[in-house]
Design a protein around this ligand. Structure first.
Ligand code: ATP
Ligand code: MG
Length: 422
């Protein structure tokens, strides 16, 4: 397994001007003080694919405390594995981590619980998930360093785990969802051994930490390739584990089992392309719950009273929310988005619809109605009524409600950190 001679590639076509200015500044300063430092992870992959990276991560031989001493605006985070967040322009964060050792995994108990030892560039590359995510870029030497065959996989557009996929998925089952995310987003093939390993290990997902499951589901919905992601989840039979309700429903004899889920996911893809502006979580997860909810409501012979419909929506959501760790706040928005569709449809008087415009999630309710229109899930008369109504009652901008983000803004950055260091 040891591969002591990494491929060093000079003709890579990475333009320094495409690398974030703050990331370059971090690398240069680390070099100036005699440390090794590389651009790593998704940023190198995306630069080589001519895509715009989401964020720029750095791996270095400097220890967290050494990093902190080199940068004025920097804080250390992480309890188990300490790493540095160097703050750049406009609150941007350059994650700067010391090379990690490959965590020890022993026999049957592969699930990684101890991941906090420092290591070398070689070990740091090998503890990563997929070959295309383990490329290092050395800015000083202008070279890509490949310890794991990632360049070839990038060229052939295949997603392959570093090492045995069965082992890597047992260590961390969430990697199966990450595989789906990258394959869908980058339009890569999945390596055959990887597919087999997902099929045999998919049950392991039940052992994953629920907040991480939730985060990866979010990322699948907000990837620009949600439709492809969910088709892949279905093909790999991961959907059965994550959302058995949905597969039961998708499996029903019908003309097209992906109606209206597929078109709704496409609407999500075309609407939320900006990687800087995530849609509200409740709106995204409403896309998953809506077809299910619709199918259940349709099973009743006469229309349900609003309170019963609401209770049904809550009951459908409860089990999913527990399994996927959907936060309270997201559930509330989701339920209001669904209720909003019913309230609009059933409103007899303009007055009743006006109440809708005061709903705290009015923007998401409208966005969802628009996505349904796009997906052909809304009768033309209703679609017209919606657009008339929103001309009159313009929704506020869509915003993702984030408890965590707000806390960070308040306590983090300048004030708090600066004071502590002095
Ligand atoms: P994105 O463009 O979505 O940010 P990314 O590749 O940067 O994709 P991150 O989740 O930001 O993915 O993680 C950064 C890097 O950390 C990855 O490229 C990979 O090398 C490593 N990594 C992340 N999660 C895991 C994991 N579960 N197991 C092993 N390595 C991981
Ligand atoms: Mg990233």
């Amino acid at each position: 397994m040891e591969n002591p001679a990494p491929v060093r590639l000079v003709e890579h076509g990475i333009r320094h001007s495409d690398i974030d200015r703050d990331a370059r500044r971090v690398l240069r300063r680390l070099y100036d003080f005699g440390f090794h430092a590389y651009l790593v992870g998704g940023s190198v992959r995306d630069l080589l694919l001519d895509r715009t990276p989401k964020d720029f991560d750095v791996a270095t031989s400097a220890r967290p405390n050494e990093v902190r001493r080199l940068f004025r605006r920097c804080r250390l985070i992480g309890r188990r594995f300490r790493l540095a967040h160097v703050l750049g322009e406009g609150g941007k964060i350059i994650e700067t981590a010391t090379f990690r050792a490959k965590p020890p995994s022993d026999g049957d108990a592969l699930l990684i619980t101890d991941d906090n030892k420092f290591g070398t560039p070689f070990s740091d590359a090998h503890r990563r998930d997929f070959t295309i995510n383990a490329l290092f870029f050395d800015l000083a030497a202008n070279q890509v360093i490949d310890y794991v065959g990632g360049l070839e996989d990038l060229e052939r557009r295949v997603l392959r785990t570093i090492g045995e996929p069965v082992v890597r998925f047992r260590e961390d089952p969430v990697r199966m969802l990450r595989a789906v995310k990258f394959a869908a987003r980058l339009d890569f093939d999945l390596d055959d051994a990887l597919i087999e390993a997902v099929l045999s290990e998919r049950g392991e997902l039940k052992k994953a930490a629920v907040p991480r499951l939730y985060e990866e589901m979010r990322r699948l919905l907000w990837s620009g390739a949600a439709r492809r992601s969910f088709e892949l989840l279905d093909e790999l039979r991961l959907l059965e584990v994550l959302l058995p309700e949905l597969t039961g429903f998708l499996g029903r004899p019908a003309k097209d089992p992906w109606q209206p889920l597929g078109p709704l996911l496409e609407a999500l893809d075309s609407r939320f392309e900006d990687p800087e502006k995530p849609p509200p979580d409740g709106l995204m997860f409403a896309v998953l719950m809506w077809p299910l909810f619709q199918a259940l409501v349709a099973e009743f012979e006469s229309p349900l009273p609003p309170a019963d419909e609401q209770a049904l929506a809550e009951a459908v959501l409860a089990a999913v929310a527990r399994r996927l760790g959907v936060p309270r706040r997201t559930q509330e928005t989701l339920l209001r988005v669904i209720a909003g569709q019913r309230r609009f449809r059933r409103a007899k008087h303009e007055r009743q619809r006006r109440g809708l415009a005061r709903d705290p999630d009015y923007a998401s309710i409208v966005a969802f109605a628009e996505m349904r229109t796009e997906a052909g899930d809304l009768a033309p008369e209703l679609a017209d009524a919606w657009s008339e109504f929103t001309d009159e009652h313009e929704p506020p901008p869509l915003e993702r409600k984030r408890g965590r983000g707000r806390r960070r803004r308040r306590g983090g950055k300048q004030s708090g950190q600066g004071r502590r260091r002095r």
